[in-house]
Design a protein around this ligand. Structure first.
Ligand code: FAD
Length: 424
């Protein structure tokens, strides 16, 4: 009988555990290991940061959920993965052996790559719910004494949608408070143009997003490398398209949220053959590590190349829909290997996302993720905001029920009316 360990209990890890349990033989054992006893719905963090959502609404205790499904749970972080001996060393000194390992640890948030960046420095973050809660406390102080906002994403970030979302959500919140006229807002991004999204643009995302930014009086600096942050001051070098420096900016701010670069977690960083130089897990077309073939990986922690080279480095986003397809491929491939076959399932590298702008929103579909594409579609409207609210509730209900159903696929594609586009 086999022991399958899932490392990480986020948007990739939880469905992987449920789906794995359903497909395995009764005697096989599934264990989830996470450094956090709670599961969080990360896409709602921007709402937590302006107090449109309480953290309790988007978190759920993992242990009891998994126990109901006969899945073991260890709420201790992994200190080091030892692939040569099929073992994970935990932070509390214990070790766990595995036959198959699925790494689903999300990113390490690399705030340290820019001096003064992040919650321990001078900017806020919405990447983790703990950060969003801290950002919300600062937001309440900010609205008492408003001023300039700087918001965006630094070089090597691979997740741009949430930066736009948070800019628009702050804009909406300030308008509701009748404070928007007191808040100049600058969007700073490593993307070569507004609406690039780490995807080389999707449909007319450039034109539409620029128009939204102009409508909301948000200025922007693209091709931006954030070099240093001090209290209330951000140093940014704007670059030309050929990558040479164009202009130095010193931006004063009263409130700032900047998405950091992502890296792989320390427990895997630098393991020859398992990770790339930034610590992301190397995988083949079947989500399997080429060197350690009983290790698979899903979610933000996998190594995928940037969609295109940009003057200031940007990464490609990994959204929930794509993560679900990675999970499904992984689970079926592990089952095939257990049955003595070769893996055959490949994830679809499609980017599908709903981005909330507070009172309306934008949806994009890039099939496949890397151009040229069969479908490249970007649209906006009030329906996106409503769809995202409905999606959060649907997701939380499903995760509490412990279903292995594909929630991103079902709900997001349904609300976009594009079920027929599914790759089967
Ligand atoms: P995570 O959900 O981050 O899960 C990682 C898990 O690993 C966690 O349980 C963590 O506790 C655990 N872990 C980490 N280190 C260790 C360790 N050393 N030992 C043990 N466990 C560990 N995508 C969309 O499709 N739609 C959206 O609207 C959307 N919004 C987003 C908003 C924000 C602010 C961000 C940051 C991302 C958003 N994404 C969105 C992208 C993506 O869907 C999420 O980042 C998603 O949470 C990634 O899932 P994951 O499982 O890879 O990582």
């Amino acid at each position: 009988m086999a022991h399958i360990v899932i490392l990480g209990a986020g948007i990739g890890g939880m469905p992987a555990a449920y789906e794995m349990r359903e497909i395995l033989r009764p005697g096989d054992k599934v264990t989830v290991i996470s450094n956090n006893p709670m599961h969080h719905f990360t896409p709602s963090n921007p709402w937590v940061a302006v107090d449109w959502r309480k953290r309790e609404a988007i978190e759920v205790e993992i242990g009891p959920l998994l126990a109901k499904k006969g899945i073991d749970f260890i709420a201790v972080g992994a200190k080091r993965v030892h692939p040569e001996r099929n073992q994970i060393e935990l932070d509390d000194g214990r070790s766990v052996d595995y036959d198959f390992l699925v790494i689903a640890t999300g990113p390490k948030l690399a705030f340290e790559e820019v001096e003064g960046l992040g919650p321990e420095g001078h900017t806020h973050s919405i990447c983790h719910v703990d950060h969003a809660v801290e950002a919300e406390k600062a937001w309440q102080e900010f609205v008492k004494n408003p001023g300039h906002i700087v918001v965006g994403a630094v070089q090597m970030a691979s997740c741009y949608g949430p930066a736009y979302e948070f800019a628009m959500i702050m804009d909406t919140d300030l308008r509701r408070r009748k404070l928007r006229d007191k808040v100049p807002m600058t969007f700073v991004t490593a993307e070569p143009y507004i609406g690039h999204l780490g995807l080389g643009g999707v449909g007319d995302s450039k034109g539409l997003m620029e128009s939204v930014m102009r409508d909301r009086h948000i200025k922007w600096i693209c091709n931006a490398k954030t070099t240093k942050v001090e209290a209330g001051k951000m140093y940014v070098t704007e670059h030309n398209d050929d990558g040479t420096p164009k202009k130095e900016h010193v931006l004063e701010f009263k409130y700032s949220m900047m998405l950091p670069a992502f890296k792989g977690i320390d427990a895997v960083f630098g393991i020859e053959g398992l990770t790339n130089p930034r610590g992301f897990i190397l995988i083949d077309a079947f989500q399997r590590n080429p060197k350690f073939q009983n290790i698979y990986s899903v979610g933000v922690c996998v190594a995928i190349p940037p969609v295109e080279t940009t003057p200031v480095p940007t990464g490609a986003p990994k959204t929930g829909y794509m993560i679900e397809s990675m999970v499904s491929a992984t689970v079926h491939n592990i089952k095939e290997v257990m049955d003595g076959k070769e893996p055959t399932h490949k994830a679809t590298w499609n980017a599908v996302c709903l981005a909330d702008f507070g009172d309306n929103g934008a949806a994009f579909v890039a099939l496949p993720q890397i151009p040229p594409r069969n479908v490249s579609w970007f649209s906006q409207g009030k329906w996106v905001h409503l769809a995202k609210v409905a999606f959060e509730k649907f997701y939380m209900r499903k995760i509490r029920k412990g279903t292995s159903e594909h929630v991103f696929e079902k709900m997001v594609l349904n609300s976009l009316g594009i079920m027929k586009l599914k790759d089967k």
